[in-house]
Design a protein around this ligand. Structure first.
Ligand SMILES: *Cc1c(COP(=O)(O)O)cnc(C)c1O
Length: 364
């Protein structure tokens, strides 16, 4: 039986990428050396690295107004690092409380002796992102921090238009490489770890606006951040300041090649919308109760409940018998969460939608 693995992250890779990684693992460069072994200063690795950086800029459609780097950190390290690059103690920062990850980002900001204004708090329901047009964002805030897709709660901004002119900082960990409507002019920084939409755990992408780059370097130094934690030093060293996580970067390279070959983010976005349409049309059928309000539904994480916790558990158990795994809801939310990132095929989404229909026919 085919396995359909809908984990929230790390997540299923495209089958073509998995196969290629297996094929190339032990002799990656054609002279009997694996990417796991090769010196990161060898010409073969340097070529792979440079190609990955160029491909990422290209596939993620990053304009020339922004620089892109690859870091060995995860998204949670960026919660803290970005504060130290973009602000000084006493500065005002604007944050949004839209879910588990957004909350942890806010906690780090509050712990860093900044004045933190929470401009939107969706707790306790966390099923909506509110009315952005009504947000009161302090004009002197260094930035507004947003979690574009709330992975746990299954909510996502349908538009990235926000009132005022305060620069944006975007956590795009579960959204980069699947939507094209990034307001680049206003965006000072984007970060995303790879293991959801474009790779495996162990590396992450940071994108910084050129205009603030040198200021960020100095601010990080003033905040006493070490050289190897400075985004600008990492960028200067072509994202290989210290020994980089070569294997995760290799997987991202092959993932980027695959995305490019099937039509880039435009295709990724289309497929994400199509997967979402398939699943939400089952959820809209009243037997399943969707968590998110319709206008803020995630295209990646489908969170819903059945009539009782017992039926939720039965759904998860029966799904497993059909080869569907890792769909139990997050512990604080309960219910079901099926996550479908760029690596999930349309066929797999159809299979799950079909299972939902069959389960309803049997138990509805
Ligand atoms: C998964 C996730 C994180 C945490 O990522 P790590 O790389 O494990 O630190 C942060 N933000 C969002 C939106 C996520 O989905």
């Amino acid at each position: 039986m085919t396995t359909h693995y809908f984990s929230p992250g790390p997540a299923t890779l495209p089958a073509a990428v998995r196969d290629l990684v297996k094929l190339e693992l032990l002799d990656t460069f054609g002279f009997g050396v694996s990417v796991m072994e090769i010196s990161h200063r060898s010409k073969q690795y340097e070529k792979l690295n440079e190609e990955t950086l160029k491909l990422a800029q290209d596939v993620f459609e990053v304009p020339s107004s922004h620089k892109l780097l690859i870091t060995p950190f995860g998204a949670q390290q960026h919660f803290s690092l970005l504060i130290h690059h973009l602000s000084r103690p006493g500065d005002t920062l604007a944050y949004t409380e839209t879910g588990v990850w957004a909350h942890l980002a806010t906690v780090d900001a509050k712990a860093s002796q900044r004045k933190v204004e929470v401009v939107y708090d969706g707790a306790p329901a966390l099923n909506s992102l509110g009315n952005q047009a009504q947000w009161n964002i302090p004009e002197n805030a260094k930035y507004l921090h947003l979690t574009v897709n709330n992975t746990v709660e299954g909510t996502e901004y349908s538009s990235l238009e926000f009132p005022g002119k305060v620069p944006l900082v975007l956590d795009m960990t579960s959204a980069l490489a699947s939507r094209r409507d990034i307001p680049w002019d206003r965006t000072h920084l984007i970060y995303a770890s790879a293991q959801k939409n474009f790779g495996i755990a162990g590396c992450s992408i940071v994108i910084i606006k050129n205009e603030i780059f040198e200021q960020a370097r100095e601010t990080a130094k003033q905040n006493l951040l070490g050289n190897a934690l400075n985004y600008c030093s990492i960028f200067d060293a072509k994202s290989a300041l210290n020994t980089p996580p070569v294997f995760p970067i290799f997987v991202t390279n092959r993932y980027l090649h695959w995305m490019k070959s099937v039509g880039g983010i435009e295709t990724m976005e289309q497929w994400a919308k199509e997967r979402a349409r398939l699943i939400y049309s089952e959820i809209d059928d009243a037997f399943y109760k969707g968590h998110a309000v319709a206008e803020h539904r995630s295209r990646h994480n489908f969170v819903f409940k059945l009539q009782t916790p017992e039926l939720d558990a039965l759904f998860v158990a029966e799904a497993q018998k059909e080869g569907i795994f890792e769909i139990k809801g997050y512990r604080t939310l309960g219910g079901v969460r099926a996550s479908m990132y760029n690596g999930i095929s349309l066929e797999s989404a159809q299979y799950f939608a079909h299972f939902m229909r069959a389960f309803k026919a049997k138990h509805g």
